[in-house]
Design a binder for this molecule. Sequence first.
Ligand code: ADP
Ligand code: MG
Length: 698
Amino acid sequence: MTDLLSTPIEFLKGVGPQRAASLQTELGVFTFRDLLNHFPFRYQDRSVFHEIRDIHLVDNYLQLKGKITQMGEIGTGRHRKLTARFEDNSGTVDLIWFQGIQWVKSNLLVGETYLLFGKPKAFNQQWTIPHPELTKWGEQSKELGLQAMYPSTEKLNTKGLHAKGIGKLIQTLLPQIKQHIPEVIPPYLIEELNLVSREQAYVQIHAPKNEVEFKQARYRLKFEELFFLQLELLLRKEIRAKKMKGFIFPELGNLFNRFYTEYLPFELTNAQKRVLKEIRKDFLHGEHMNRLLQGDVGSGKTLVALLTILMGIDNGFQGALMAPTEILATQHYESLRELVKDLPIEIALLTGSTKKGRRLEIHDGLQNGSIHLLIGTHALLEDVVQFSNLGIVVIDEQHRFGVAQRSKMWGKNSVPPHVLIMTATPIPRTLAMTFYGDLDVSIIDELPPGRKPIQTIHRRENHRPKLLQFIQEQIELGRQIYIVYPLIQESEKLDFKNLQEGFDLITDAFPSPQYQVSMVHGKLKPAEKDAEMQRFVRAETQIMVATTVIEVGVNVPNASVMVIESAERFGLSQLHQLRGRVGRGAEKSYCILMTGEKLSKESMKRMETMVMTNDGFQISEVDLQLRGPGDLMGTQQSGVLNLKLADLSRDGQIVSLAREKAREILEKDPDLLLPENSILNQRMRQVLKSRPNWGRIA
Ligand code: ADP
Ligand code: MG
């Protein structure tokens, strides 16, 4: 059987070579199949009629029945327009055409009754309908269901392929290929979930008779899309587990035990213990660990990372810890070195600003095995950085690294090292399931005891005097204060000015020698940055004025107030991350969001969310609603977002269902060998073949 769906689009009646070329370049539609998968973005209900006197209530496309009572032209040349008056029993409305005037003029009859479809606009306080669609009454199609509107482009418009023109093509296509749309989901699953068939779904999404039909169709096609994505992710995970051997760390050795019993600064939380057990289990099975560690800001992920690395070193392997910024890498280096200072462990720091001499020393130390743990930034990824025996890699604050970078770490050893990925702030569940769907996930859902919740307050400029007074009171209580300014690349100059003004304002209000103020920003050299940071860490300064360079990871437990200037310019997860810099000691802490008077609805929602909750998991869900998955995960990750219908910010339930079903199936039939799963088997083989390197990419 020839595959009808693969027929080039050119051969569809009404297309031809020219339109085909435009469909290809503009919409990526090459074949019948592609056109079938070009879905409507909206439907217009053609079963409802309106009256002209209600136009102002509708504010959308509407359908009228009435007569044309006048027609006339105004303007000349390019400014030529055709106007007409349209009347029903309730009133009159103006119609206007800017193009195709000749054609319209010779086809419309004054006095004739028409079915009108269009979207009114107010011109000079007068309702006017530009370019309405008019059909002689009696000649309209019998089925007044929902009319599909398709995404189009300007260029296609000029070829007559506007939102409805494309619809016409699809209506031509559907009857021809209906019988050739194969089912891809096994019958037992269709029945269990009460899905419409694939053929039915395509008909109903392009030509629904009513809302129920289109909803059924959309649900079915979304499920299909997400189900195959989940099946692929789970299969990859399964295949990797089977194929790829991981190092076994049999010993809970000397270093781990000594650290745990003698040097652990505090009892681990139950959540930390549980996660360590999950990791330890991975290390015993000879499988390769590829695990995502999710935990809110301040939940103690670093300590889990250290203990994990110790398990590796105890078994004769080296470890690496990669962080997204120099400040954070340095901070990890210092705090981990302090924690293990009485243990025989050699730790090195490698960043962009490591001096050449030291760099060479480090390269040597890694290759001869004298360095046990390397901490650093992207610098770790360079090819010259070679280990003698890398066994475990921890990547902190994952969302800043891309998949390609992750997989590069894998290549640092002949057997890939175990990988633990830690997120800075929680990711919404549906995104974790999709973007990290082939990873195992551990969650720290508990903060260390004794933390007082941070009180978050939203204030405007008129409150500044009170703010300064509050800062002073806190300093008198012995606390330290962060004041953070936004930094956006394009307007770096302006931001720097804001920062400098802020700094001046603060030093005026808090003059030396009584008060000391630090300032950290992107223009400082790393060494200067570090020196300023250290002054604050040692409590030699009471106030730290900074840009977001301090965003992730810094830890100064005595700091109890976080003031965020122009808070409306920050995203939610950034605000939450910044807030997480305080509330680390035992003192009651505050986060003060300073904003301008007028806020957009979305900014207001962000402020309200911050004030309402400290829970990073909850915040991430709101963030997803506000920003959508693409923005949240960054462009590096957007490959996974090639979803045509499903929307990860809205279809969480379908994502969960799809994952659950995919898992159930693979549990019963891991290799998809049962006869009832043969269609899945076929499809997955194709998918996996078409993804090069899938096995090695985390
Ligand atoms: P994050 O998960 O944001 O990376 P950190 O690892 O920086 O958090 O830990 C935040 C703070 O909590 C640090 O000061 C750390 O020493 C402390 N901490 C971690 N675990 C515990 C614990 N079990 N009990 C008390 N404090 C802890
Ligand atoms: Mg951290």
